[in-house]
Design a protein around this ligand. Sequence first.
Ligand code: IPM
Ligand code: MG
Length: 360
Amino acid sequence: MELKITCIPGDGIGPEIVNEAKKVLNKVAKKYGHTMNYTDILMGGASIDVHGVPLTDEAIETAKAADAVLMGSIGGDTNTSPWYQLPPNLRPEAGLLKIRKALNLFANLRPAYLYPELADACPLKKEISEAGFDMMIMRELTGGLYFGERKTVEENGVKKAIDTLTYDENEIRRIAIRGFDIAMKRRKKVTSVDKANVLDSSRLWRAVVNEVAKDYPEVTLEHMLVDNCAMQLVKDPAQFDVILTENMFGDILSDEASMVTGSIGMLSSASLNDTKFGLYEPSHGSAPDIAGKDIANPIATILSAAMMLRYSFDLDKEADAIEAAVKKVLEDGFRTGDIYSEGCEKVGCAKMGNLIAERI
Ligand code: IPM
Ligand code: MG
């Protein structure tokens, strides 16, 4: 089959990690008889430098014309990069928010799984990490605070900033349905996370999730307040199967969940709309401090490429092959710096990509 993929190398370590993911995809293509057809587009700082904006309409059209988008990371050092002197709507992150909205990518899947081989990199106590964990964070991605109206005004000489958090029932329903569908393919448990003791948007969230749950009698639903969830993730992560939550809570909790897997460098993600189309990116950022040094961990991007094969192309066997190759590389004792522990062999970004490709 021919796979039409738009790539967004982006900024920082983005180009390096996308390169490694392509290496692995090319190996898959060769072994299983597929053709990869890649087109690159600019986004984030890379686009600002060329076009003055973080994402052009032409780039969005190119992305739409593909079957899936594979992305690295965007953004720079917020303290030192000139990109952050620009108005907020022209900064790198605005490009990412724009593409998510333009492609209607409302469902963000972030799996957090503890590889037994990385138990030593897990910062939790042994009693906790020994239980293992395997959860899927379902983050709503095109609503809430990140897309609400915002402004900064001055009233009587006092500066005031306003961000608005809005959800309508349809936005909540469609992500909840996705969450329950995924739970049906997993351990059939949904933990819906909100702040219903304070926020109206959370109270609506809870009511709609309860309604959707009626169609999934086999799934156990529980509601958890976000502050408690942050605590439970480090106290007893094994309790979670699917965590269903709104945009900002999901942003924060997925970073936390990834860190308990050992490193944020391991966490992949898929952002999906109503069709088979998706954007696949690691959950981590562009790590400008280590860019160009060949030390970044490409595994999150490689695992995102596996998610792409699974969700956009229904190529489960090929996706399994990538996931198995990652596991094998870890079993064989190879580690990038972020997941290194004693007795292992430390390798760089390109070497890690080669080692995984070799095991396909
Ligand atoms: C993420 C990132 C983005 C987000 C930023 C870069 C806008 O943190 O994908 O988690 O908040 O969604
Ligand atoms: Mg984030």
